[in-house]
Structure formats: structure tokens, C-alpha cells
Design a protein around this ligand. Structure first.
Ligand code: XIL
Length: 400
């Protein structure tokens, strides 16, 4: 009897372990299968977006490559808005008249939708990374204003139309204001400006974008809008657009900043001026390089080739200054939460920033033209370090 009972118990135990093993196996299989087909990245702890949930969405510029591996996990954990870094620009997305490259832009949109992340579109009209074919007529002559505006319209209808309802804000026109000190020269003399003989392209771009996606918020986007001269020019342009009933919702302040630039006063002044016109602000491309501009070379000498000068790197002093500048900026952003409708960083971590290829921003950063002397020097401009770990600046931004 005893023997029989033991065998029965053994058999029951055997069945039980078999069942457990099967359950475990199928769970493992499920997990593996899940990973292979669609990998929504596990969200483990609080990120920037959570600290700022009562303020504004926090975004990041992304490329196709950042949608896989460790960058994607960080993006999903920290951010609730993304901007395609290059993939929606005119040249990359529309390289010739009847050719559109949707693949990369679609992948970013799909990733964002799948992870419930908002999308900022960047951008619909710019003089850089342009679709150069647009400026030539079919016979090779410079294009007429009419044909150029027709092409702009077709482009905007195609791109903004494709992502209608998925993009909450578009940078409609990028960097159309002149950088010089002459306050009477408001606009950049780009191909757009020269062919249109004025700013009809700006007004037209906003009207087309509004038609193509009536619910998207429409922004004018530029850098150095906090500097007094450019601020004044920006204000004049905005007043004109508003007087002409152009459907503009706000201004994108790129915020490619330095350790000592802007000052809090300059930042507040710019925010006050823009918002006094009834416009919103988005901080669209934030980074703060640790590199300080070099003093201009003394007369008669060549500018030093900085690549050959020793690089002190990311010293603790520089890190502290950067942390203080980030803290100053976010303290002000929070005070303006009624007007600021998102803050986006330009790139994910210090592992790779667009500024690294531009002397860390030393050579002019956003303002650097194609002819600027290029050299590689790291900018360390973001909230995550080269190992994607949170920096001091991160904690200064979230502890409030
Ligand atoms: C930059 C990208 O980050 C680079 O990868 C690219 O080579 C050049 O453009 N202002 C803008 C952005 O509006 O589109 C720019 O992005 C940075 C400056």
C-alpha cells in the first residue's frame, strides 16, 4: 500500500514538473516570438517625460539607426516626442521631381505611433539639404517664381499630406532670417528668397501646410533667436506674417546654445517678445556645447587650426558650467509652461552629436555654412553621456 502511494505521489510530482516545464517553455517561446515580431521596448523607470508630464512633451531628434538597440530603449524610456533628424528634409525625402524616399520617414513614424510617442515634422522648406532640382526649370534655366511655388506646393501636399493626423507640429520654414548685424536686412538671401524676390515663399509654405494638414501646429524655426539683432528681425517678420493672416502657430527656438549663451535675460526677452504676439514656442533642437568660441585671430594672422591644439576634453569645470546653463534654461521653460508646447533635444546622447563634426559647435554650430572649416571635436552637449548614462545636467533638469 505504502509503496503504491509513493509511486502515485511520484507520478503526480512527475506530471506536475512536466506541466511546469511546459508552461515555462511556452512562456519563453512567447517572449522570444514577441521580440522577433514586434519589440515594444520595456519601460522600466521614470524618464524626462514623466518628470515633465505637467509641463510639456520632451522630445529628441532621431535617425533610422536610433530606432534599434540601446538608443531605442533610451528613447522610449525618456521621451514622448520625436523629430526626424534628417529624413523628412526636402532633399533626402524628395531628391528629384517624381521621386520620394518614404522609407526612413515612414519607419520613424511607425516606431513613434507604436510607442505612443508624438511626432514633430522637420521641415517643409529650407535653403540647406534642399531639393536642388526645384531651382532649375526643365530646360536647365533658373526656375520661375511661379514654377518654384508650384513645386513647393506639390512637395508640401505630398509630405504633410502623407503624415496628416500623425504629426502634431511642423517646422514649416527653417532659418529664413539673415544672420548679419544690419537690422534692415531681415531675410537670408537664399535661392528661395532670390527667386521669389521676397518672402512669398514663406507665406505660401504656411498656407500650403495648413491646407495639407489643418490640425497640425505650424512653426517658424530658427537658431540664435535670443540674440538681440536676430530677435528684432524675427519680431518684424512675425508681425508681418500675422498682419498678412498667415496661419502660423508659433516659433521654434532651436536652442543650439553655449555655456554662456544665451543669458537668462536674453532668453526671457525672446520668449516675452514672441509670446506677446499670441504665438506659442517650441524648443526644437536643444544642445549646449561645452566648447567656447575662439577669440577672433589678431590682425594679420591666420585662424588657428584648432584640431592641432590640445583638447582639454570634458573637464569637471565645464560639466558644472553646462549643468548650470541647463538648469537656468529649464527653470525658465517651466515658468513659461503656458506658452512652451514642447522641448526637444538634438540627438540622443554624447556618444554622437551632429556638433562633433563641426568642432563641437566651435566653428559656428547651426550657423556654420558649407564652407566653414570642419574638424572633429566632441561637444558633449546632451543630458546622457557617451555610455548613455544620465549626466549631472540631467539631474539638474529633473530635480525641481
Ligand atoms: C543637422 C543634422 O543634425 C545633421 O545630421 C545634418 O548633417 C545637418 O543638419 N538646424 C536644423 C537641423 O534645423 O536640421 C540641423 O540638423 C541642425 C541645425
Amino acid at each position: 500500500m505504502k509503496f503504491l502511494a509513493i509511486t502515485k505521489r511520484k507520478r503526480r510530482m512527475g506530471l506536475l514538473s512536466l506541466t511546469i516545464a511546459l508552461v515555462v517553455l511556452s512562456l519563453v517561446q512567447c517572449a522570444t516570438k514577441h521580440q522577433v515580431t514586434s519589440p515594444p521596448v520595456a519601460v522600466t523607470d521614470k524618464g524626462l517625460k514623466d518628470y515633465y508630464k505637467d509641463y510639456f512633451p520632451i522630445g529628441v531628434a532621431v535617425s533610422g539607426a536610433s530606432l534599434h538597440g540601446p538608443d531605442s530603449a533610451l528613447i522610449v524610456r525618456e521621451f514622448n516626442s520625436v523629430t526626424p533628424e534628417n529624413d523628412m528634409k526636402m532633399g533626402p525625402i524628395h531628391p528629384s521631381e517624381n521621386v520620394y524616399n518614404w522609407k526612413n520617414a515612414d519607419a520613424i513614424v511607425d516606431f513613434a505611433v507604436r510607442h505612443h510617442i508624438k511626432i514633430r515634422g522637420h521641415n517643409l522648406c529650407w535653403h540647406n539639404q534642399e531639393a536642388a532640382w526645384m531651382f532649375k526649370s526643365p530646360n536647365g534655366e533658373p526656375v520661375s517664381k511661379e514654377l518654384l511655388l508650384q513645386r513647393l506646393k506639390d512637395h508640401i501636399f505630398a509630405v504633410a499630406g502623407r503624415y496628416k493626423g500623425k504629426i502634431y507640429a511642423w517646422d514649416v520654414v527653417n532659418e529664413a532670417i539673415d544672420d548679419g548685424d544690419d537690422t534692415t536686412q531681415i531675410y537670408r538671401k537664399s535661392n528661395w528668397y532670390n527667386i521669389c524676390n521676397g518672402i512669398d515663399f514663406i507665406e505660401a509654405a504656411f498656407r500650403y501646410a495648413h491646407k495639407a494638414d489643418p490640425n497640425a501646429k505650424l512653426y517658424y524655426n530658427d537658431y540664435n533667436s535670443e540674440h538681440p539683432v536676430k530677435r528684432e528681425k524675427t519680431y518684424k517678420m512675425l508681425k508681418k506674417l500675422i498682419a498678412d493672416h498667415v496661419p502660423i502657430d508659433g516659433v521654434g527656438m532651436q536652442a543650439h546654445w553655449k555655456l554662456n549663451d544665451p543669458s537668462p535675460e536674453e532668453l526671457r526677452k525672446a520668449l516675452d517678445e514672441i509670446t506677446s504676439l499670441g504665438l506659442k514656442v517650441q524648443i526644437t533642437e536643444m544642445d549646449i556645447t561645452i566648447r567656447l568660441p575662439k577669440p577672433p585671430p589678431s590682425p594679420g594672422t591666420m585662424p588657428s587650426v584648432a584640431a592641432t591644439t590640445p583638447d582639454p576634453g570634458y573637464t569637471p569645470e565645464l560639466e558644472d558650467k553646462q549643468t548650470a546653463q541647463y538648469k537656468m534654461a529649464f527653470d525658465i521653460f517651466r515658468q513659461y509652461k503656458k506658452f512652451i508646447t514642447s522641448v526637444t533635444f538634438w540627438n540622443v546622447s554624447d556618444r554622437s552629436s551632429w556638433l562633433d563634426m563641426r568642432g563641437g559647435g566651435l566653428m559656428g554650430g547651426a550657423a556654420a555654412g558649407a564652407n566653414t572649416l570642419r574638424m572633429v571635436r566632441k561637444a558633449y552637449p546632451l543630458l546622457f553621456d557617451e555610455n548613455r548614462q544620465r549626466k549631472k545636467a540631467y539631474w539638474a533638469v529633473v530635480n525641481f
